[in-house]
Write a protein that binds this ligand. Structure first.
Ligand SMILES: N[C@@H](CCC(=O)N[C@@H](CS)C(=O)NCC(=O)O)C(=O)O
Length: 214
């Protein structure tokens, strides 16, 4: 039996849950963190001493860190399709995951906090503008990668789509300027056709507006 812990509005939770939904395995979802609290209970800290969501419990194993959860689920339940076994495409998937983690996500996350989570009076237009320009630069890299491809790796979806594509809903919903991105938009439409994406990622972030406290 799989139990998945994490509030639906947490972006790290969203990408791990998206992968979990893609596996088609049944699971129990426990909302935790943010307005639900519970991250500092001794029971939860035994599962993840960092006191952060998401956490996945599968039988006797408890896994924290969203990318580790995604890799585990792909390896265990998706027999190579989300994480190819051939070392070359495997390295490419890993490369895009690392790029998402090290480049795209930190800027995306900082901009989301600056534009949505910071109350209006604490927003800094110059910093928002600089972060927007940086994030748009990363989306232009994705734009050129997606030219002639349905997904980041080509015709098959992989973990690389999950760890980068989890930013799309918020990116297109945030009140920011964006460049013309026809290939990214087509990819976003393709992802939106997946029930797993709609369930896990397309979650209203209204309750986070003006909230800097978690
Ligand atoms: N590197 C970790 C980051 C985990 C993390 O910072 N989670 C945030 C939510 S996105 C959290 O638990 N925040 C406290 C809260 O939601 O109350 C991962 O990828 O799982």
């Amino acid at each position: 039996m799989i139990t998945f812990y994490g509030r639906s509005t947490s972006d790290n939770t969203q990408k791990a849950r998206w992968m979990l939904e893609e596996t088609g395995r049944p699971y129990k979802h426990v909302e935790l963190g943010g307005k639900f609290g519970g991250l500092d209970s001794s029971e939860f800290l035994k599962l993840n001493p960092n006191g952060r969501v998401p956490v996945l419990v599968d039988g006797d194993v408890a896994i924290g860190e969203s990318d580790a959860i995604i890799r585990y689920l792909a390896a265990r339940y998706c027999s190579g399709s989300f994480w190819p076994e051939d070392p070359i495409p495997r390295a490419e998937v890993d490369q895009w995951m690392s790029w998402g983690h090290a480049n795209l996500y930190p800027v995306f996350n900082k901009l989301f906090w600056s534009v949505v989570r910071a109350p209006k009076e604490r927003q800094n237009p110059a910093s928002i503008q600089a972060l927007t320009a940086k994030l748009n630069g990363y989306f232009l890299i994705l734009e050129s990668r997606l030219e002639g491809r349905e997904f980041v790796m080509g015709s098959e979806m992989s973990m690389a789509d999950i760890t980068t594509g989890m930013t799309l809903y918020r990116y297109f919903e945030m009140p920011i300027e964006r460049p013309h991105l026809p290939f990214v938009e087509a990819w976003y439409e393709r992802l939106q056709r997946r029930q797993a994406y709609r369930t896990a990622v397309m979650v209203s972030f209204e309750e986070l507006r003006g909230r800097l406290d978690f």
